[in-house]
Write a protein that binds this ligand. Sequence first.
Ligand code: BES
Ligand code: MN
Ligand code: MN
Length: 458
Amino acid sequence: MSTPVEYIQKHQETFKEELFDLLRIPSISADPNHKQDVRRAAEFVAGQLEKIGLNNVSIEETDGHPIVLGEHLEAGPDKPTVLIYGHYDVQPPDPLDEWKTPPFEPTVRDGKIYARGASDDKGQSYTHIKAIESFLKTGTELPVNVKFIIEGEEEIGSPSLVPFLAANKDRLACDMVLVSDTAMFAKDTPSITYGLRGLMYLEVEVVGPNRDLHSGVYGGGVQNPANALCEMIAKLKDEKGVIQIPGFYDKVRPLSEQEREAYAALPFDQEVYNKTLDINEEFGEDGYSTLERVSGRPSLDVNGIWGGYQGEGAKTVLPAKAFAKLSARLVPDQEPKEIYKLIESYLHDVKPPGVRVTVKEHHGGYPVLVDLDFYGLKAAAAAFQEIYGKEVLFAREGGSIPIVADFAKTLNATTILMGLGLNSDSIHSPNEHFHLKDFERGMKSSARFFELLGDYVE
Ligand code: BES
Ligand code: MN
Ligand code: MN
């Protein structure tokens, strides 16, 4: 009989084909037109959990998209229980014409699987399903208890999962949560993420006259909402990249000397960074390095801005309205609600005369920092190290997975962020991809993690 890792090695081609079936389903959670596709993806995942031999597999209905559960608790109550979290929903694929091959027709090129969701998060989360299969199908004793929770609303802020967790605390009780939905620090560099930023997303509407106006007849005589919005946005930060909203930094936990040393010790090359992005120079908050700026410090950005004429040629018009979507990334101990209130009142304060401003709150999420001494983290690092044959790095990341804070708050469980993706995977962008090698090493690392975990129990 083969070991779990041997089993994974042997069945790679099948596992890839299965993942392709999941990647072909356009489970775009944000788009109501794809509601049935999102459900099909849930059914596919549930079918997989059944097939590998999990118990109590269910598709839980919510007000939004379904949540898939399954468990294997045969190790017994004196063994740790790992809750495996992932999401089967994906971001919209647009702009479509920038994809070299269609987003929902998975294709392998240069050792990478190209498809929307290949890395975020279908490919990454699938590795754990296959890792558990490698125990159950080889008759190898699974030394820990596992529960799966795969949701379909991560990309829209997990609105249904938050109340679901609270309502199902006992059913989801666990000693730790395992998540592969982040990135490794660099290619072939196994990394454990120990910090995620939080999020506060909002929308601004600036309204002026009751209709679009002739810019010659009225221009100069009435406030232009597009100009007004630009003025307001220009006041969010100074030229040194420091956010100007009073109170915004009040609850930011300063980086300790030790943390700054750890940041400085990470293998980061600013020149390469700039080159891969085709930018001449980096920019960010004065006094901090790029790595600190993108994960240890908060940020505030315009995500979209529009208003007025956008068509071909010129149209002399003074728009009646202008809009922007803004988001802030937060670090401990900033509170999304408080930050929303601060931004909202600041936007009203800096509003020039002649327009009305409405601010609307979207989803938010708390930042997280994981305790590096947690025994589960050590087991994950050991497994990673063994499979990749390289020292594991520990780094904070700038992205957000809002539910992770709830795992701590509601389930009192530490989350192990075992990222298998790369920042260069183009997640949320055209041509998203996942390295086949990381898919394979991910499945093996996961299997080794479950084998090793028993030895690390506190
Ligand atoms: N998997 C990402 C988060 C991520 C990516 C963390 C890379 C660290 C490194 C996740 O699916 C995501 O995109 N989250 C959203 C938040 C959500 C509320 C829309 C994000 O960070 O924008
Ligand atoms: Mn994700
Ligand atoms: Mn995402």
